[in-house]
Write a protein that binds this ligand. Structure first.
Ligand code: FES
Length: 647
């Protein structure tokens, strides 16, 4: 029998198939993911492909419209009811009749686009843990006393190959009504978790249900970011964010742990608070997307170990001191109902594993997104917060640690410090000759010496300085010679500039003289030195473990990383010497990792394996930490050279 060359784009996968082969089967044969909810009945339209016509010399193919079967009855019926765009075909209902170039259109492959933006242009495939399966069920027969649910299972086995399906308890009371309402057609949602691959029937609708959604969420100690994602296209449909309501119990992680230790009701109150906010955010994204909570079938959450424990209702006391024991480090598979989350009654919840007592599921998710464990280059990934989470390595070996940077990088414990919010100084430049500063604040596009600046900040005022501003001002003070390598403010400069002022036994730098004076004191410089020395010492310790002196790639994850200028991070010696173009801010990489785990269960397995293999380093127990810390107090460092910075 003649066979024909078929190439699928954009993946480029190709193969030869006999004339008459179904296009969807050919795609699956080559591992090209094409969605199908109705199992090839021509009613869901999820399997659409586009036939490219023309001569494709690269593939050696002349692909013609007539090389695919003519529109059949199923496609005509579908086209009549819904819109089947010009050139589009239902792959489940068409056959190969000659050489073909078949495109999987972008609106079917949205997942690739969504993830591509955030993760080094790598295209990720979709393979959700929840699959919708449309079935036609045999009607009851007095001579065959098989129950309705059992006949539904038979259809799921015959049409979709599911065997040994478990049925969630809440489905049982609905089966009979649902099947009759759908006139013996129904859509079943089958869930398989990454641990057992056991198929479970978690939701059932009458007739065809052609959309299912999931939630990907990063529970940060300051903010919560939540995304509603289509499980059938991988697209983010809506996003919402809120402050973590636990802030009222304690600003940082350790104060929340202390709150639990001191108050018997503390754990429950914080768990309830975060779940309540999550329910509000879920309501918000559903409203934006105009969908029902009932359509949400799967959720992935990430967070640092304390957030992880409090969300799951676990007392985090053990995380407050050595040996920082996690109650559970592996992935957690549970249900939305167990966690009081309002979604479909059968909705599942997956929590990415924690790496260690101070390196959480958020760092694991960021690892999944950025892929140090898949990299040939040595990659350093840091998420800077009150604790810096650090992952370093390549595909041979990856190590992780956390370092107690304290709250200075977040603007706390700094005299004019504040959270990153409108009104906060975020960029600073100091003229090395006059020692005069100029700055920009969050909420204005203008520098303070530009015309119109005063009007542009009228609403917000100039209220303080945030983390990225502090890094820049200290680095600029160093570059302008206001502070020495040891971080001491040079008092002799009081004669040259009124900006340098005597304050008691030390000196300070006046950054802004307004209604709210913003000064950088000697103590502020010390606080930044201590924070950056802790971060650097943690990184150096991991470099020692890996036996390396050079890092090829650096990724700053998290909100802080998005605003900090890599050049200034290096001037201060926060991070080791590296080609500046290889230092990148990757934003909420933890959220990206959560989305990946939501749309593809293989990523769940990948990160579970990676977390098991990552070598965990406890900085507090390493004698070399102190030595690295002391060297890193100097600007940029007492012993390490920053040669690449000078280039
Ligand atoms: Fe549903 Fe093709 S698989 S229309």
């Amino acid at each position: 029998m003649t066979d024909h060359l078929v190439v699928f784009t954009p993946s480029g996968r190709r193969g030869r198939f006999a004339k008459g082969t179904n296009v969807l089967e050919a795609a699956r044969d080559l591992g090209v993911y094409v969605e199908s909810v109705c199992g090839g009945r021509g009613i869901c339209g999820r399997c659409q492909v586009e036939i490219q016509t023309g001569h494709f010399s690269k593939h050696g193919i002349e692909s013609k419209a007539e090389n695919i079967s003519e529109l059949g009855a199923k496609e005509l019926r579908y086209a009549e009811k819904r819109d089947l765009k010009e050139g589009r075909r239902l792959s489940c209902s068409s056959t190969i009749e000659g050489d073909l170039v078949v495109d999987i259109p972008l609106d079917v492959q949205v997942n690739a686009q969504v993830i591509r933006k955030a993760a080094d242009n790598k295209v990720f495939e979709r393979k959700p843990a929840v699959q919708l399966c449309y079935v036609e069920v045999e009607e009851p027969d007095m001579h065959k006393p098989l129950g309705d649910l059992d006949r539904l299972k038979v259809s799921l086995e015959n049409d979709w190959g599911w065997t040994d399906i478990e049925v969630a308890q809440h489905i049982l009371p609905q089966v009979q009504k649902t099947l009759r309402k759908g006139n013996w057609t129904a859509t079943a949602a089958i869930h398989r978790d990454s641990a057992t691959a056991q198929p479970t029937l978690i939701a059932l609708w009458p007739e065809l249900q052609n959309e299912a959604y999931g939630i990907a969420c990063d529970i940060g100690s300051t903010t919560i970011a939540l995304h509603l994602v289509s499980l059938l296209s991988g697209a983010v449909i809506a996003s919402a964010g809120a402050s973590n309501p636990q802030i009222r119990f304690g600003e940082d992680l350790m104060s929340r742990v202390s709150y639990v230790m001191m108050n018997p009701e503390g754990r429950g109150a914080m768990t309830d608070a975060v779940r309540k906010t999550l329910n509000e955010l879920i309501g918000e994204v559903c409203q934006t997307a105009e969908i029902e909570r009932q359509d949400i079938l799967d959720m992935v959450f990430v967070g640092n170990p304390v957030m992880h424990h409090l969300f799951l209702g676990i007392d985090p006391t053990e995380l407050g001191g050595a040996p920082f024991a996690l109650a559970v480090s592996g992935a957690v598979h549970t249900s939305a109902k167990e966690l009081d989350l309002e979604a479909n009654e059968g909705a599942r919840v997956y929590m990415i594993p924690c790496i260690a007592g101070h390196v959480g599921a958020d760092a694991a998710a960021a690892t999944l997104a950025e892929g140090p464990h898949r990299s040939d280059d040595i990659m350093l990934m840091v998420d800077v917060g009150t604790n810096a989470e650090i992952v370093l390595g390549n595909k041979q070996q990856t190590v992780a640690a956390s370092s107690p940077t304290g709250p200075a990088f977040e603007g706390a414990e700094i005299s004019g410090g504040q959270r990153a919010a409108p009104g906060a100084i975020e960029r600073v430049r100091i003229d090395p000759l006059t020692l005069e500063p100029k700055f920009r604040i969050i909420g204005s596009e203008l520098w303070s010496d530009e015309e119109g600046f005063a009007e542009s900040v009228e609403k917000t005022g100039i209220t303080g300085i945030c983390g990225s501003g502090i890094i820049e001002v200290v680095a600029e003070m160093f570059l302008a010679g206001i502070i020495s390598e040891d971080g001491v403010i040079n008092g002799a400069l009081t004669e040259r500039s009124s900006r340098v002022q005597e304050t008691g036994r030390t000196y300070s730098y006046l950054l802004h003289d307004g209604a709210q004076k913003i000064i950088i004191s000697q103590n502020d410089v010390r606080a930044i030195q201590l924070a950056k020395a802790a971060l650097y010492a943690g990184i150096k310790l991991l470099m020692d473990k890996q036996n390396i002196t050079q890092i090829d790639q650096i990724r700053f994850a998290g909100a802080f990383g998005s605003f900090i200028d890599p050049k200034y991070a290096m001037v201060l010696g926060l991070i080791p010497d590296c080609e500046i173009e290889n230092v990148k801010a990757v934003g909420n990489a933890a959220g990206t990792g959560a989305r990946m785990a939501l749309i593809n269960r293989d990523y769940r397995r990948e990160i579970e394996k990676t977390v098991r293999e990552i070598e965990k380093v406890e900085t507090a127990l390493e004698p070399k930490f102190q030595e690295h810390f002391i060297n890193a107090m100097a600007l940029p460092n007492k012993v390490d050279l920053f040669e690449k910075l000078g280039k």
